[in-house]
Design a protein around this ligand. Structure first.
Ligand code: HEC
Ligand code: HEC
Length: 276
């Protein structure tokens, strides 16, 4: 089957697509030097389908079945954001240090499969970035009065909630809107589980638990104070599954203000944004 296929194809002009197909059949990266691999693969419906399979298995958990982003960024706008095939390949194979984006397992994954995932992502990608319609300057002011108590940006702000210095890279625009409105089920990162305890002297402490083990627990309260306790002496300890983050209803934060805040958040891309 391989032979007759090759013969038919060789009967025609020796097009890059043939090389791509050959490399699919043989499994190695026999791709013409001057043709970016994804472009060659993108011609092949089977490559895209295989890429979709790998994507669903390895990436969908964090980036969403539709790649529009859940616990990871929207991957349908990479090219609109100016990323290159090679840069994306490096991100997937090397990961992003210090984040949940880990390098793909190179032992169990061939380079060609990574290129197929990229071809799949390219096939579903959108030509333009999701637009925000707010005013980032006003959003920043709202953020500083309403959100900074719990969130740090570039080392300023509270520590009860996660640092948002890179949130513009790490989450999609829709995920940000939904998180602020509390639109999806309580998505509490276990690192931020709300905790209430009563210490040995009967004092109540509320905050989020950090660095827990069998015998000790640390709690950061809303004022950013960190206190450590010996678990065996506590009168009560209650770790909840709700989020400490308030749900910002339209009464608390108008639609226009939400759009301003989101427009500000998308500008937060850290210092080391690896945009290539
Ligand atoms: C455990 C969750 C998780 C899994 C699984 C995962 N990612 Fe990610 N990914 C992330 C997070 C979080 C980020 C954002 C990291 C940051 O920069 O803060 C990210 C970032 C990326 C980026 C960079 C986006 C940009 O705008 O530069 C690409 C590309 C990417 N992931 C592709 C993939 C692909 C392809 C897979 C599957 C092979 C995958 N990821 C699997 C969580 C994940
Ligand atoms: C009382 C403290 C508190 C306030 C005020 C607060 N947050 Fe949060 N926020 C948290 C905590 C705790 C988490 C982590 C747990 C979770 O995801 O629910 C969080 C999570 C988030 C996340 C998800 C981060 C991620 O990694 O996905 C975003 C985005 C966010 N907050 C934005 C905001 C914005 C914008 C405001 C102001 C309009 C705000 N927060 C106000 C405590 C707060």
């Amino acid at each position: 089957m391989t032979c007759s296929l090759t013969k038919t194809l060789l009967g025609r002009a020796f097009a890059p697509a043939v090389l791509a197909l050959l490399s699919l059949v043989t499994g190695d990266s026999l791709v013409a030097q001057d043709v970016p691999p994804t472009q060659a693969f993108a011609e092949e419906p089977d490559a895209i389908r295989t890429g979709m399979g790998v994507y669903r298995l390895r990436c969908a958990d964090c980036h969403g079945t539709d790649a529009r982003g859940v616990r990871g960024p929207d991957l349908t706008q990479l090219w609109a954001a100016g990323r290159t095939d090679e840069g994306i390949f490096r991100t997937i194979t090397e990961g992003i240090p210090g984040t949940n984006m880990r390098a793909i397992d190179r032992v169990r994954t061939r380079d060609s499969e990574v290129w197929q995932v990229i071809a799949y992502l390219k096939s579903i990608s959108t030509p333009t970035l999701t637009q925000t319609h707010g005013d980032p300057g006003r959003g920043r002011e709202i953020f500083e009065t309403t959100c900074s108590v719990c969130h740090q940006v570039n080392a300023n702000g509270g520590r009860l909630g996660p640092d948002l210095s890179r949130i513009g890279i790490a989450r999609s625009v829709d995920a940000l809107r939904q998180r602020i409105r509390g639109d999806y089920g309580k998505m509490v990162d276990p690192a931020y589980a709300p905790t209430t305890l009563t210490d040995a002297d009967g004092a109540r402490v509320q905050g989020v638990a950090r660095n827990q083990d069998l015998f000790s627990i640390q709690v950061i309260d809303a004022a950013g104070r960190i206190q450590g306790f010996d678990k065996t002496t506590l009168q009560s300890l209650d770790v909840s599954i709700d989020s400490m983050m308030p749900t910002f209803t339209p009464e608390m934060l108008s639609d226009a203000a939400l759009e301003d805040v989101v427009s500000y958040l998308v500008t937060l891309r850290g210092h080391d944004a690896a945009v290539e």
